[in-house]
Design a protein around this ligand. Structure first.
Ligand SMILES: NC(=O)c1ccc[n+]([C@@H]2O[C@H](COP(=O)([O-])OP(=O)(O)OC[C@H]3O[C@@H](n4cnc5c(N)ncnc54)[C@H](OP(=O)(O)O)[C@@H]3O)[C@@H](O)[C@H]2O)c1
Length: 356
């Protein structure tokens, strides 16, 4: 049997914890080796590379950047091309548009050697959109080689729609409206903070922002055409995105039924908390290096039903990149272990919480 090598490109907010998770659960996931690509040799990032090396991950970079890494005491073991060529699965965790560039420049060249290529939220058009637990049934072996794990907020929005509306019946959603209240940047980031709340632009004529558009495309992979519309804004916080939703349903429901539905989905967490810092803090204390892997954390006290309009509204918190980590690992295992990937990812169960 060939060695199973997973290669992660990018060591940022999503790449760094993903490399760590893959290393820590290598044995359970049936992975022989984890490699990663770091683009820039920085002394400020040296500590994380050293730590990832200690956890078993092997460094690669561009040939022309070897000297820069060696000069700061780090030892690249593979060039960019070598690392991609020897990988069974490549997970691209670079920011906007680099994934598409990498596809053009590298991935298309290694189609025969590699089982699959995965990109993250901002790489619209990279491949089939995917979120664990939403459209697994749409994956086609042999055909789907490029996968785009949708953004963390799209995971949240799609899970709410699936669980509250569609699990009852496919035609139950008459209208879905969403406001993504986004944190300005991650706690790991120093750039792009905003001094005060900043409203977003509706760039998409039909769906508003990319969140509803990407969710609609996700459901389209299962031939479901849904009426979704989203808006987004940023607030001057570093702690978690929040989703405000209003779903107009065809079939009457009650708060108790909605809570039962949410409760029955083990990828959803419920909470009586209403403060973001408390939810974030729970993740820090009980998650994998601060990450909980649930798709969403729904605040029970925020749920409301307008019985006259058959509308349900509420707030939920988006786990800090946890749902994207889950989907990235689930799809990696789908490529590596077609028949047993669902069993393999059960090792991540300790990082799912019914209640936060
Ligand atoms: N942040 C989140 O919470 C979150 C959640 C879900 C999905 N995502 C998605 O994940 C992706 C990455 O976002 P992020 O927040 O992790 O970004 P980030 O923190 O800015 O990290 C980006 C990483 O990409 C590397 N990089 C930049 N240019 C590169 C290039 N040309 N070739 C190779 N590597 C390059 C950077 O390199 P070096 O450090 O190596 O110099 C850095 O490690 C985006 O698609 C985003 O939508 C993010």
């Amino acid at each position: 049997m060939s060695r199973k090598v997973v290669h992660v490109i990018g060591t940022g907010t999503i790449g760094e914890p993903l490399i760590g998770l893959l290393c820590d659960f290598k044995k359970d996931l049936g992975i022989d080796e984890v490699t990663f690509h770091k683009n820039t040799p920085l002394t400020t990032d040296r500590s994380k590379v050293v730590s990832l090396n200690k956890r078993g991950a092997r460094l690669s970079t561009h040939k022309s950047k070897y000297k820069g890494f060696i000069d700061i005491g780090l030892k690249p073991e593979f060039t960019t091309e070598e690392a991609i060529n020897r990988a069974s699965v490549v997970i691209d965790c670079t920011p906007s548009s680099y994934g598409l560039d990498n596809k053009e420049k590298y991935y298309n060249k290694f189609l025969n050697n590699t089982l699959g290529f995965i990109s993250q939220g901002s790489e619209f058009g990279f491949g089939k959109p995917y979120a664990r637990g939403i459209n697994d049934d749409s994956l086609i072996r042999g055909e789907d080689k490029f996968i785009q794990v949708v953004s963390c907020n799209t995971h949240n929005l799609s899970t709410i729609v699936q669980t509250i509306a569609l699990d009852k019946s496919d035609n139950n959603l008459l209208d879905g409206r969403f406001l993504l209240i986004r944190r300005a940047n991650d706690v790991s980031q120093s750039k792009r903070f905003v001094p005060a709340p900043e409203v977003g632009i509706h760039r998409d004529q039909k769906y508003g922002t990319h969140h509803a558009r990407d969710a609609a495309l996700l459901f389209k992979t299962m031939n479901k055409d849904l009426p979704l519309f989203s808006s987004a804004m940023k607030v001057n916080s570093q702690l978690m995105h929040i989703l405000y939703f209003t779903l107009k349903l065809k079939h009457k429901t009650s708060i108790d039924e909605v809570i039962d539905r949410l409760h029955s989905n083990d990828r959803i967490s419920l909470t009586d908390k209403i403060n973001t810092n408390e939810v974030f803090s729970f993740g820090r204390d009980h998650g994998h290096f601060g990450r909980i892997l649930n798709q969403t954390v729904v605040s029970i006290p925020s749920l409301h039903i307008n019985q006259h309009k058959d509308e349900i509204s509420g707030f939920c918190f988006t786990p800090q990149d946890g749902n994207s980590l889950l989907s990235s690992i689930a799809i990696t295992e789908w490529f590596l272990y077609p028949k047993s990937y669902e069993d393999k990812i059960q090792c991540l169960k300790p990082f799912f919480f019914n209640e936060v």
